[in-house]
Ligand binder design. Structure first.
Ligand code: ZN
Length: 574
């Protein structure tokens, strides 16, 4: 281990075969070489660290190799290959456009392009980060790219394809490099570990691959970092300690406690995480990721989106099976909401704790809130736990929970004790209870502040709420008149029907639909309310005419001369 060479350098692939995770690209390049259909300019696009420059170098080596093997791979023994491998080949020229982006730099390159190679057939010019070239440099380069000498091949590499001007794009054969899949990265790290006599736990390598986020170069340097920290033994625990990664286990435990509505456990786990020095925001992001993973684990077809090792995958499947989709959706919304508003919150810890409490309450049975009482309270602190069943209340656990909270967060006040005491804790929710529990989805998913309410209400309540909202629209006469022209009717499944007289009214109702629904839901404490508009088809004489156009048409039907009048005087309907 003393002379451990940086893996990124030592294990840089020297053949197409050893390039990880870009099989379709290497195959295409090899075919081009085999059939001698070489383009004069290539553009390699893709995220950093996925093998663009490596592929360019192998490509350069391969087209100059004098005895390619049957698989169109360089022999790595001929003089040309050796000179490439020892970085002394004159047939390859690399320009890093990030630091050499002036016209002068490009002119120097163009000068070189004219000179044919002394040995080998082709000179290869690799321009890395080509999007960094100044526009004058681009223009200077364009001419050479249009009519390059036969021996020159350009490989332009960029992480930002959209910044390349179309005239360049159109002259290049474009290859899009993918992020390297976690499985592929892990496999390669395994190969290196075996070669270096390093023992490893596959879950540890998996964490390294995840942290690298699709870039092999990063994976190798993280791997080196872990090896220098933990010696010739890579364990899951050592990796998460070294990389400051939050253990999966925390998330599994925390979701378990959501399902059991166990607030105290939850706050304790969160406290443990904070004590370990993890950032609360980092934790919330990880929680969202975990919930997302649970979601994709529910379905075999999306299971492939789960980029974790086999052991963890089984755990995900197991936990996903006891979570209903509704639970996961709602939990995702809550954690996402917490993430978005995190920066704005003054007390970050409390902010996360409130979200955790909300998450614990998802599967609590929802009680009908007292309409009268809730009408007086526009905003509930914890709407979902508003009226827990007395029988569900476990007084002993309430006491202990209060104590633990106080013990562990002495500096933080989480609401008044009375608010705290109103949470119901259900000790055990069986699997079926959890999955059968129908968490009603809010109609508007886009409203991230929406909480699910399921209050029963009567026709009278509806009319009262409708009137209350109508009153707020008195500064918009058309809206006000329409809303007050008829009474809404409460139908099946909290559907509110309302009759409109004409298209104009319908359009206007559609415009205020969200506003109206939002108010009705809030006032009636029920987020399932739907609005159904029906047009009054029978256009009887007594119909009210709302738009001026309608009125004009109505008058026109009585006196055709009106049209003539309108035309003669070039009148507009006002
Ligand atoms: Zn060779």
């Amino acid at each position: 281990m003393d002379n451990f060479i940086v893996s990124a350098r030592k294990y840089r692939p020297s053949t197409f075969k050893s390039v990880v995770g870009q099989a379709s690209i290497t195959t295409t390049l090899k075919n081009a070489i085999k059939s001698n259909h070489l383009a004069q300019a290539y553009l390699f696009c893709g995220p950093r660290g996925v093998g663009k420059t490596t592929c360019a170098r192998i490509f350069a080596k391969t087209i100059n190799c004098i005895n390619l093997d049957d698989n169109t791979e360089p022999c790595n023994t001929c003089e040309s290959c050796n000179s490439f491998n020892e970085n002394r080949s004159y047939n390859i020229h690399e320009l890093d456009a990030a630091s050499n982006n002036s016209v002068e730099d490009i002119r120097n390159l163009i000068e070189q392009v004219r000179i044919p190679p002394q040995v080998g057939k082709y000179s290869i010019y690799i321009i890395d980060e080509v999007h960094m070239l100044s526009s004058q440099a681009f223009n200077a380069f364009l001419k050479t790219l249009e009519e390059p000498p036969a021996h020159a091949i350009f490989i332009l590499a960029t992480t930002e394809k959209h910044k390349i001007i179309p005239t360049i794009l159109s002259r290049c054969q474009i290859f899009d490099f993918n992020r390297i899949r976690i499985d592929d990265t892990v496999e390669y790290l395994e190969y290196i570990s075996k070669n270096e006599n390093i023992t490893y736990e596959i879950e540890g390598l998996n964490i390294i691959a995840q942290k690298a986020d699709g870039a092999m170069r990063d994976a190798l340097s993280i791997f080196d970092q872990v090896v220098s920290f933990s010696g010739s033994e890579i364990t899951y625990q050592k990796v998460i300690d070294n990389l400051n990664v939050l253990d999966y286990d925390y998330y599994f435990r925390i979701v378990d406690s959501f399902l059991k509505n166990n607030i105290s456990d939850n706050l304790l786990i969160f406290n443990e995480i904070i004590d370990k020095g993890f950032d609360a925001h980092h934790f919330i992001n990880g929680l969202s990721e975990h919930l997302r993973n649970l979601l994709v684990s529910r379905d075999n077809s999306t299971l492939q989106l789960l980029e974790v090792g086999a052991v963890i995958r089984e755990r995900y499947k197991e936990q996903a099976n006891i979570c209903s989709p509704d639970f996961i959706f709602e939990a995702l919304q809550i954690s996402n909401k917490c993430d978005i508003s995190y920066r704005l919150s003054k007390n970050k810890r409390l902010h996360v704790e409130l979200a955790l409490i909300e998450l614990c309450n998802i599967t609590t049975e929802k009680k009908k809130p007292d309409l009268v009482e809730s009408k007086n309270r526009e905003k509930e602190v914890f709407p979902k736990a508003e009226k827990p069943k007395e029988t569900k209340k476990d007084s002993s656990s309430n006491v202990s929970r209060d104590n633990t909270v106080k013990k562990h967060q002495p500096s933080i006040q989480i609401g008044k004790p009375s608010e705290f005491g109103s949470f119901s804790i259900k000790e055990k929710l069986t699997q079926t209870q959890v999955s059968n529990h129908n968490v009603k989805k809010a109609e508007s998913k886009s409203d991230e502040n929406e909480v699910v309410m399921n209050n029963n209400f009567t026709q009278e309540d509806l009319v009262a709420a409708w009137t209350k909202f109508s009153d707020t629209t008195s500064d918009r006469p058309r809206v006000f008149n329409t809303l007050t022209s008829k009474k809404p009717q409460l139908g099946q499944n909290t559907t509110v029907s309302f009759v409109v007289e004409n298209k104009a009214q319908k359009n206007m109702m559609d415009e205020i639909r969200n506003e109206l629904l939002g108010n009705l839901k809030r006032l009636l404490q029920n987020t399932n309310i739907k609005l159904q508009l029906t047009m009054n088809e029978s256009k009887s004489e007594g119909n009210k005419l709302y738009t001026t156009e309608d009125r004009f048409k109505h008058l026109l039907s009585k006196n055709e001369n009106l049209a003539l009048l309108k035309q003669e005087f070039n009148l507009d309907i006002e």
